[in-house]
Design a protein around this ligand. Structure first.
Ligand code: C5P
Length: 230
């Protein structure tokens, strides 16, 4: 018997922190009516869980062992809340220090392996917009469309500053730029799944583009590629 299996389409959006991936990916998911995976939140939650369980962030086996058992829930649509074991942790995981802790656990191969299946489970009909660092290079190598969003470090620091201040989180712009540079270096130089565009990704520099312009460019790519046509 020949089975016609049509894979659920994935739109992979990768790039460094602050390039606009989160906002753009949510808008794309809403426009396409697809699910959304915030893979960075999984690494942030795992790092938070490790500190809560007294597991050191460099303890590869210890952190990886926590991953399968965590009860992680995401709000849907406009609700961007994140829950860990029944407690809302949205503000805690969005803090800059949570991002830095996430990039420490994210450099551990066993941790990345432990989160792989959890990420792939988000691939559900009618489609998935997957936001992260290695969506196109590792997690969804067969994604129908791959985009790598980037922007200058200064621009990303400015954007992150405005986002965090708007959320009532107090930060210093100089510290933010230093954190962004350190995190970029750790993410780009790690041995496993380093941050880089997939060979078949379209690279978009968002430094001088508005959010609607970026969304429109990507929607045009998706439609050209047939991923948005049902
Ligand atoms: O995207 P976000 O800033 O939430 O990601 C936090 C950290 O998690 C990143 O700096 C990176 O180290 C790690 N990460 C990753 N792979 C992903 C998503 C995030 O290594 N797919």
């Amino acid at each position: 018997m020949i089975e016609a299996t049509v894979a659920v389409p994935v739109l992979a959006i990768d790039g460094p922190g602050g390039a606009g991936k989160g906002t753009v990916s949510r808008l794309l998911a809403a426009a396409l009516g697809w699910h959304y995976l915030d893979s960075g939140a999984l690494y942030r939650i795992l790092a938070l869980a490790a500190t809560r369980h007294g597991v050191g962030l460099e303890d590869e086996a210890g952190v990886a062992a926590l991953a399968p058992g965590l009860d992680i829930r995401f709000g849907t649509g406009d609700d961007d809340s994140v829950w860990l074991d029944g407690e809302e942790v949205s503000a805690q995981i969005r803090h800059e220090s949570a991002g830095t802790m996430a990039s420490v656990v994210a450099a551990l191969p066993a941790v990345r392996q432990a989160l792989l299946l959890r990420q792939r489970a988000f691939r559900q009909a009618p489609g998935l917009v997957a936001d992260g660092r290695d969506m196109g290079t590792v997690v969804f190598t067969d994604a129908r469309q791959k985009v790598f969003l980037t922007a200058s470090a200064q621009e990303r620091a400015d954007r992150r500053y405005k986002q965090l201040i708007a959320k009532g989180i107090d930060v210093n712009i100089g510290d933010l730029l230093a954190d962004i540079n350190a995190r970029d270096a750790r993410d780009s130089n790690r041995a496993i799944a380093p941050l880089r565009p997939a060979e078949d990704a379209t690279v978009i520099d968002t430094t001088r583009l508005s959010i609607p312009e970026v969304v429109a460019q990507i929607l045009a790519l998706v439609t050209e590629n047939g991923a948005g046509v049902s």
